[in-house]
Design a protein around this ligand. Structure first.
Ligand code: MV4
Length: 671
């Protein structure tokens, strides 16, 4: 076994590999870019070496630089993780050249699976089932038409050089074939510089079932059962589970045997995954083989009790796979949900920024969290915006789903938008509970999975109001302590005012809507005037950001995180943003109503739409930003006027930069 390995990766997978290495007493060497100098994987490793600027192609993708660090640090092997250099045959070979072991398959095996059409040819020859179709060299239009008619419809035209869903076209019937072929060829030529296509019978409701395989350098190969990764969005996996629901022992054995045959056909060594399409009638077909450890490998670990990174290290060090196929079994059910910094309501656009608040459910036998970030870290535009993989395990599928829903509800992120609500909607869907999963799941259930954003409920407004009142109380307390007159009525928070009613108005902006909550001081609490009626509330702070509240007799524990004038209320697994306009805040009135007037991400000002001092209606466009290749309009949060623009057209803005000062026009003046 190795004494020291280099991890040629970052984020959660680098941390996960380091964890196993530590447990096995193996020293670890990390590499990092400028953007990752303070990253978790750097902190966890025994030593870390800087390898270049933030963009991956100038750091994590530079094979020579990583190999140079490996040699200099005395690492005997390199673990590539997934992505980056993990399926780069030239890198695997360069490692061998440098006398360093690549923790992965031989370069030849990576190369054999790199071309999707060549891979199918090899697999067909090895007896692995392929979707009925035509995968040959002859590309004449008339010939392909006759092949298409022989295969039958619906039919799929795929670019031979494609993969990951690019360059695919569905043909409904014979009459549509010629046009579709011409289109597919144009697309393949412009996309891949190669217009070869293959034809396949189109499976209308397939499942994505993949088999984890392992092979060693002694000729042993076995499989670690299946994962169902059907729940995908634009060919990105969203939720994965093991075992697959409805899987029978006999089908598992057939698919496992086919996957092992696939591995043997290319003299595979190490961890690999053979992906299949499983048709509704139970037939399955080879799709492609991934020659690396996959993102979703933890679900396999949870049901087998194994550490796949440990197995990779053993096999790379020349040892045999640690057990026989017959010794392996499945225990319980595991589900993984990928928690991403992205906005499901804006086409899943990555949401980059600082993780101002990050609280994850407690880890135990039922919950595992693989993450490479902690509170305070930045989700940057340079890398994949995954925050964590949440993996749950329980004795059966329905119990695992319950664990997943619970853990998702406990997962709190403030600072970036995440997909946790979207994941929760999938986990809560009856079709998911029924195991009705296939590659069309998200599309089919889109109306249930993308609910309209609701206005803040009375409960949310009450929690936000309590937070405001608790803050004002704390401030008043601090003023009293630093004052010579401890008993001055001016420092009390009972609402006592000379010549005034004992109430206080709180102005919130909820999305585009101003909402006023009137707070009447009552002994031991507050009576709130909320949109839905009045409610007696009281509460106290519990730990840093938590509020223990009594809302009209109901005890509620929620979290309210304040960042500037933005309050994020985290309650019942949901998060709601409110902007607090505090006319009493000394010296920062200009900060009052500017909740939405900061740059949502780095970008450039492309237009200014309002005049300074001119009254605008709520929702009026004020400024247009171009960020992440999309135009983004900054609208007036309420009626008012722009006091000042902080940037001119052409100005480059950082994420979170204040773009302008906006003076809100309020319906009522503050008491
Ligand atoms: C298919 C198919 C239906 N019939 N092939 C998409 C990615 C590429 N590697 C293979 N893909 C598909 N091939 C036949 N003959 C449907 C898909 C497909 C899909 C496959 C797995 C996971 C998600 C998917 C989403 C859409 C389409």
């Amino acid at each position: 076994m190795f004494d020291k390995i280099l991890i040629a990766n970052r984020g959660e997978i680098a941390c996960r590999i380091i964890r196993s290495a530590k447990r096995l007493g193996i020293r670890t060497v990390a590499v990092y870019s400028d953007a990752d100098a303070g990253a978790l994987h750097v902190k966890l490793a025994d030593e870390a070496h800087h390898i270049g600027p933030a963009p991956a192609r100038e750091s994590y993708l530079i094979a020579e630089r990583i190999l140079d660090v490996a040699v200099r640090s005395g690492a005997q092997a390199v673990h590539p993780g997934y992505g980056f250099l993990s399926e780069n045959a030239a890198f695997a070979e360069a490692c061998a050249q440098a006398g360093i072991i690549f923790i992965g398959p031989p370069g030849a095996a990576i190369r054999a699976m790199g071309s999707k059409s060549a891979a199918k040819e090899i697999m067909g020859a090895a007896g692995v089932p392929l979707v009925p179709g035509y995968h040959g060299q002859e590309q004449g239009a008339e010939f392909l038409q006759s092949e298409a008619d022989r295969i039958g419809y619906p039919l799929l035209i795929k670019a031979s050089a494609g993969g990951g869903g690019k360059g695919m076209r569905v043909v409904a019937g014979s009459a549509d074939f010629a046009d579709a072929l011409a289109g597919a060829r144009r697309e393949a030529m412009s996309g891949f510089g190669d217009d070869h296509v293959l034809l396949e019978r189109y499976l209308t409701k397939p499942r994505h079932i993949e088999i984890q395989v392992f092979a060693d350098s002694h000729g042993n190969a076995l499989h670690l059962f299946e994962r169902d990764c059907s729940i995908q969005r634009r060919h990105q996996k969203v939720i994965e589970e093991a075992p697959a629901s409805g899987m029978t022992a006999s089908l598992r054995e057939q698919m496992g045997a086919a996957a092992v045959a696939a591995a043997r056909a290319i003299n595979y060594v190490g961890a690999g995954t053979v992906e299949f399409l499983l048709d509704e009638d139970g037939s399955f077909y080879f799709m492609e083989m991934n020659t690396r450890l996959q993102v979703e490998h933890p679900v396999t670990e949870m049901i087998t009790g194994l550490d796949l990174v440990e197995w990779q290290l053993l096999v790379a060090a020349g040892e045999p796979v640690p057990c026989l196929q017959e010794q392996l079994g499945i225990c319980g059910h595991a589900i993984e949900a990928r928690i991403y910094a992205e906005d499901p309501t804006r086409e899943f656009l990555p949401s980059i920024g600082k993780l101002r608040h990050l609280r994850t459910p407690a880890e135990n036998t039922h919950v595992r969290i693989d993450s490479g970030v902690r509170q305070g870290d930045e989700v940057s535009m340079h890398y994949d915006p995954m925050i964590a993989k949440l993996v749950v395990w329980d004795r059966d599928r329905s119990s695992a789903i319950r664990r997943l829903r619970q853990a998702l509800a406990e997962f709190q992120v403030v600072g970036v938008t995440t997909n946790t609500i979207f994941l929760g909607s999938i986990a809560a869907h009856p079709a998911f509970a029924a195991g009705e999963v296939d590659t069309g799941f998200i599309e089919r259930h889109r109306t249930a999975l993308f609910p309209e954003e609701a206005p803040a409920s009375d409960r949310i407004l009450a929690l936000a109001s309590l937070e405001v009142m608790l803050e004002l109380e704390t401030e008043a307390g601090q003023r009293a302590c630093s004052s010579s007159d401890l008993y001055s009525p001016w420092h009390q928070m009972s609402g006592w005012r000379l010549n005034f009613d004992n109430h206080h108005d709180i102005y919130f902006i909820d999305g585009d809507h101003p909402v006023t909550v009137v707070v009447h001081y009552r002994p031991g609490g507050y009576l709130l005037d909320l949109p839905g009626g009045t409610l007696f509330v009281r509460g106290e702070r519990h730990e840093s950001d938590d509020i223990l509240a009594d809302l009209g007799g109901m005890r509620v524990k929620a979290t309210v995180v304040r960042s500037g004038n933005i309050l994020t209320v985290l309650d019942q697994g949901k998060s709601h943003l409110l902007t607090w306009h505090d006319p009493g805040a000394a010296g920062d009135e200009d900060e009052a109503a500017v909740g939405r007037l900061t740059a949502p991400m780095p970008g450039k000002v492309v237009a200014i739409m309002a005049e300074i001092g001119a009254r605008v209606e709520r929702g009026a466009p004020l400024m247009i930003l171009e960020a992440m290749k999309m135009e983004h309009t900054i609208n007036a949060p309420c009626n008012g006027a722009v006091a000042e623009f902080h940037f001119a057209v052409g100005g480059v803005v950082n994420e979170g930069a204040e773009l302008l000062e906006f003076t809100a026009e309020l319906e009522q003046s503050a008491s």
